[in-house]
Design a protein around this ligand. Structure first.
Ligand code: BG6
Length: 258
């Protein structure tokens, strides 16, 4: 039934995808701000979309972190590994978040549920650009970075700028710059304003915005009314091949013109 739904887009889903300039939007019932079970629905839709789009054979999937990602993972199934070899890699190194929601953890748990393999990417916090550059010369880190830039798919969340600035523990000068310049969304270390201009970028190695454009399948998973403005702002920059998996809470708010 889920696969059938993927072929049967509702008018609302079509309107949302068109408004955001992306290939597809999938809307699950409810509002994640108020109902925890919505995350399970998002995960089930993600599983079906991956099963539909990923080619058979070897696939490398880059995975980002966050609460949404951590919540949806148990809904992936080992069916994804039927005639496929899946390799999950984390999109960025540690970003100072709690362990359960770091991309390394999400990646490992995804591999567990979908019967795939994974690699970890452990990078120290707050090191100079020179040190980061020399770390990329390390063969085991270099291997993961190669996987990332040659991925077949990316799965990521979208965060509200203020929440993420706090969670990423940015310093006060950066926080006030973000406020002054009206940052509304953070996505894999980039902060954007309402019109999609980059306001600030956390210096990190791993997945970069420009990498996304050459990755065949991009899945953005974000839900709840509180994320509507963030989703809308990020989508100015999203590659066209993005599939957004969201809920009615966010979708209705975007369509009603937040
Ligand atoms: C991550 C992205 O996947 O999700 C972040 O890399 C984003 O950039 C985050 O901000 C959102 O997290 P949450 O906890 O709101 O789902």
């Amino acid at each position: 039934p889920i696969i059938a739904k993927l072929f049967d887009e509702s008018q609302t889903e079509l309107r949302l995808a068109e408004k955001l300039g992306i290939n597809r939007a999938i809307i699950v019932p409810g509002n994640a701000d108020l109902q925890d079970h919505v995350f399970g629905l998002l995960g089930t839709e993600l599983n079906a979309a991956l099963d539909l789009l990923l080619p058979l054979g070897q696939n490398t999937i880059t995975v980002l972190g966050g609460k949404t990602m951590a919540e949806i993972v148990p809904n992936l199934s080992s069916n994804l590994s039927h005639h496929r070899q899946l390799m999950f890699v984390p999109g960025r190194g540690a970003l100072g978040e709690s362990v359960e929601i770091q991309s390394n953890t999400v990646c490992q748990v995804m591999a567990h549920y979908s019967n795939g393999k994974y690699r970890a990417l452990y990078l120290p916090e707050n090191v100079s650009p020179e040190v980061l550059r020399s770390l990329t010369q390390d063969p085991s880190i270099g291997e993961v970075l190669d996987y990332i830039s040659n991925s077949d798919a990316v799965i990521h969340g979208i965060g509200a700028a203020d929440v993420m600035a706090q969670r990423r523990d940015l310093d006060l000068t950066v926080k006030s710059q973000l406020r002054q310049q009206d940052a509304v969304v953070e996505c894999f270390g980039y902060f954007f304003n309402r019109s999609g201009q980059v306001i600030y970028k956390i210096p990190r190695i791993g997945l970069q915005l420009e990498d996304l454009f050459k990755i065949p399948h991009v899945f953005a998973v974000a839900a709840g009314t509180k994320k509507a403005a963030a989703i809308k702002a990020y989508m100015h920059n999203a590659p066209k091949q993005t599939w957004l998996i969201t809920d009615e809470g966010a979708a209705n708010s975007i369509l009603n013109g937040i």
